[in-house]
Ligand binder design. Structure first.
Ligand code: HEC
Ligand code: HEC
Ligand code: HEC
Ligand code: HEC
Ligand code: HEC
Ligand code: HEC
Ligand code: HEC
Ligand code: HEC
Length: 559
């Protein structure tokens, strides 16, 4: 993806109008839907067999799919800290300790060297597997872990790490930082930082679920396969042109600090506690899901759901698996995890099975909301909400959220036409005299994503930056505020009110720039580009005019 204001769109003419096309010929739609139904069936059967995937097959696929430095690799070199964000490609062990060290020596040395890391590990389930093995009370919230431990042991038997019937004693430093089951490693040569496969060799189920996000395919190609999702977030990062092109690598690596989950598993259960209870709390998502272009944390905490969570969480039990959250965990309101890990009553590490609007609202999504892929997912959302609300409440709220999002998209699209018009007509300040090109591989474009992270001379001009704010910030906050039930987050403080402010700036500038150039003031705004249906009418009229012209010509020739 070059800039996500212009996400890859199959039906190019959808790009022009902000609202669903209601007059598309019925026949075309029916065939597309049939195809989509077939595709969904194929995908369902494919994911049903995913559970049987063996570890080595999954590992091979993970490694084959991994983009490494990505398609823009020639434009950048990693700085030292990046070896921790993407250890697969960049990790080199320090040379401080040379020679072979054994499993027991790790703890002996690191107990005093890195006591914080040591104690976190010492108190974690990984260091105390017997505590789980010995659980006898079925009423204990953690009792379910016994079966998980047994399943992990079966995985390790299959990989030849354990003998049949041999118990796993511990998950020690060496299992993650060397090789699973190894007895010794060379500290300066074999030391690794564990990637997804290292955890996946024991946690096959979670690894497989997380990887299955890559199977998501948008019915009209709105996004590339698997996007957006944790499973491809490193790829999304390094294959964004401005990320690769930025000279300031210390700033660019900030993107990596959120976009590393394709590489490793400590995003939600942090090292070295690796706790499921931690991962079940909304705070686990906050570091990454906040801010101007994905303010889910802010919206959630300020919503009624967030209020209930904050005021009642001391009585909720986060040791309980999500599937039992309402019955045994005492949840009275949903968490991020409860809503996003769930699909048809089941919970998994595939978080994208109900995604519709995704990262940002676009015409290509808006125009296809009636497609079965989108309708089906909306039904699934209704079911989630109906765990607590009435179906009528759920339906009407989600309907309002969709319509509110469409209204915002319409405003943003109108402003986009105006900014593109100014660019086309060469009227932006300094456009012909002081507009350096962005660094390669980025390409110049009006109002692009790159203009949030790079500026030189008159690139971007004020209106472009304001438009980038509109689509990347205001519109997204409007949509995220709506779907997460935070009224101030979409009506007033953020979202709609900001769209109005930025719209006014763009229209103002348009008039000013066009008046200055002697161009008809506000021409583009006064005559927004014709919608699809208008252009159909124009085409018919044009066709008729052409026919009339030919008739006149023929008539003249004859006579
Ligand atoms: C003789 C003491 C000693 C022993 C034994 C030892 N380490 Fe270390 N380890 C160190 C020192 C010193 C460093 C810090 C190196 C640095 O940051 O430059 C280190 C760093 C590390 C790091 C962080 C590396 C990085 O790139 O940040 C890991 C992980 C690690 N050790 C794991 C292990 C494991 C696993 C074992 C057992 C197989 C082990 N250590 C045994 C002394 C030891
Ligand atoms: C369950 C797997 C697991 C175990 C067990 C484990 N680690 Fe780690 N460790 C990780 C992960 C994941 C990272 C982060 C890797 C990255 O950022 O690329 C990490 C990073 C580190 C680092 C470097 C990063 C930092 O914060 O400085 C050190 C040092 C370290 N571990 C020490 C240890 C020691 C010592 C032990 C044993 C007492 C241990 N680890 C056991 C998974 C593990
Ligand atoms: C050698 C096998 C092994 C490796 C490697 C391993 N684990 Fe585990 N892990 C276990 C076992 C066994 C359990 C206990 C069963 C359970 O709690 O589900 C466990 C438990 C967990 C838990 C739940 C602990 C709790 O108290 O809630 C999390 C989360 C987890 N592991 C994550 C990871 C991550 C992330 C990695 C890689 C950085 C990793 N594990 C590497 C075997 C492993
Ligand atoms: C370490 C950072 C990080 C953490 C922690 C994190 N996420 Fe994400 N999340 C991301 C990034 C980055 C993406 C975008 C993926 C991409 O680039 O394709 C993403 C994408 C998603 C998506 C898919 C978005 C879409 O548009 O389809 C969902 C849903 C999601 N995250 C939910 C969560 C939830 C819920 C939690 C907490 C349990 C969480 N995330 C924790 C970084 C994080
Ligand atoms: C977006 C946040 C997020 C990421 C990223 C994530 N996990 Fe989890 N993980 C969770 C949540 C939430 C749970 C609790 C699920 C439940 O209760 O159904 C969980 C549960 C687990 C468990 C079950 C432990 C137990 O005892 O219940 C394991 C094992 C695990 N994760 C391993 C992994 C591995 C391996 C990866 C990387 C492939 C990973 N996780 C990445 C959020 C995350
Ligand atoms: C009450 C259920 C609910 C809760 C709680 C919730 N979300 Fe959402 N979230 C939604 C809905 C509904 C959407 C819009 C889905 C759509 O139509 O695309 C959404 C959208 C998202 C998206 C964009 C991807 C997508 O599915 O379209 C992300 C990322 C996200 N939420 C993250 C979070 C995070 C992080 C939290 C907690 C801080 C959270 N959500 C809490 C219901 C919830
Ligand atoms: C604070 C954490 C954070 C930072 C910093 C961050 N992102 Fe993201 N990014 C996310 C999240 C979360 C999403 C998905 C949100 C959603 O779907 O609602 C995302 C989505 C994206 C997407 C669209 C998803 C896809 O699959 O294509 C791209 C591209 C992207 N980010 C690139 C970048 C780049 C480049 C930077 C740095 C200039 C950056 N991000 C900085 C968290 C972050
Ligand atoms: C686990 C239970 C639970 C789930 C699931 C749930 N909610 Fe809620 N919701 C609540 C509770 C409790 C309240 C607080 C009710 C009040 O304000 O009196 C609430 C409040 C709300 C409110 C504010 C209502 C008001 O009267 O102010 C909205 C809007 C809302 N939920 C929408 C949704 C949507 C949409 C979904 C699904 C995407 C959803 N909820 C899923 C429990 C839930």
């Amino acid at each position: 993806m070059t800039s996500f204001g212009f996400v890859p769109i199959l039906c190019t003419d959808n790009d022009q109008d902000g609202l669903p096309k209601e007059h598309t010929p019925m026949i075309k739609m029916t065939t597309t839907w049939l195809l989509a139904a077939l595709l969904m069936f194929v995908q369902l059967t494919a994911s049903a067999t995913a559970g049987e995937t063996d570890f080595s097959g999954l590992k091979d696929k993970y490694e084959k799919d991994h983009p490494g430095k990505g398609k823009f690799s020639q434009y950048w070199e990693p700085i030292p800290i990046q070896k921790y964000w993407n250890p697969r490609n960049f990790y080199q062990p320090p040379t401080a300790v040379s020679g072979e060290v054994s499993r027991d020596q790790c703890v002996a040395c690191h107990q005093s060297l890195t006591p914080g890391a040591f104690h976190a590990w010492e108190n974690s389930t990984h260091a105390k597997l017997d505590a789980i093995r010995n659980l006898s009370n079925g009423q204990d919230a953690r009792f379910y872990k016994k079966e998980k431990l047994a399943e992990i042991e079966r995985n390790l038997v299959k990989q030849g790490v354990l003998k049949e019937g041999e118990p796993l004693k511990e998950v020690g430093c060496i299992d993650c930082h060397g090789k699973v089951g190894a007895q010794s490693i060379r500290h300066d040569k074999d030391l690794v930082m564990p990637d997804r496969t290292q955890c996946g060799s024991c946690h096959l189920q979670e690894f497989a679920e997380a990887e299955s996000e890559k199977d998501q395919q948008w019915p009209q190609g709105q996004w590339g396969k698997g996007h957006p999702s944790h499973a491809v977030d490193w790829e999304a990062n390094v294959e964004t042109a401005i990320w690769a092109g930025m000279a300031e690598r210390e700033i660019a690596q900030g993107c990596d600090m959120c976009h590393y989950q394709q590489n490793k598993c400590d995003g939600c259960h942090t090292r070295h506690s690796f706790s499921a209870a931690e991962a079940r709390q909304p705070e686990a998502c906050a570091t990454c899901h906040n801010g101007v272009d994905h303010n889910e944390w802010e919206n959630y905490t300020l919503s009624k759901h967030g209020t209930v969570y904050q005021t009642h969480k001391s009585t909720w039990n986060f040791d309980v698996p999500l599937k039992d959250a309402l019955t045994k965990g005492g949840y009275t309101a949903p968490t991020c995890q409860y809503c996003h890990f769930e699909f048809n009553g089941e919970f998994s590490h595939n978080l994208v099975r109900k995604v519709r609007w995704g990262f940002n609202p676009t015409p290509a999504i808006a125009d296809n909301l009636k497609h079965p892929w989108f309708e089906g997912r909306k039904e699934n959302w209704n079911t989630t909400c109906a765990h607590c609300h009435s179906p009528s409440f759920a339906r009407s709220y989600l309907e309002a959220a969709d319509k509110g999002t469409l209204a915002g998209l319409k405003v943003e699209q109108e402003a986009k036409q105006v900014v593109e018009g100014l660019f086309r007509d060469g009227l932006l300040p300094g456009q012909k005299t002081n507009r350096p090109a962005p660094p390669a591989p980025e390409k110049d474009a009006p109002g692009g994503f790159f203009q949030l992270f790079w500026a030189k001379g008159n690139n971007p001009s004020h209106v472009e930056r304001v438009h980038a704010d509109m689509w990347e910030h205001d519109l997204i906050k409007l949509y995220k505020g709506l779907v997460h039930g935070n009224p101030g987050g979409f009506t007033y403080t953020e979202g709609w009110s900001e769209l109005m402010r930025d719209y006014a700036v763009i229209m103002d500038e348009n008039t000013r720039l066009r008046e200055k150039s002697g161009n008809a003031p506000g021409a583009a705004a006064a005559n927004p580009p014709a919608g699809k249906d208008d252009s159909n009418v124009r085409n018919v009229l044009g066709g008729l005019a052409l026919l009339a012209g030919i008739a006149v010509l023929l008539y003249r020739r004859k006579h």
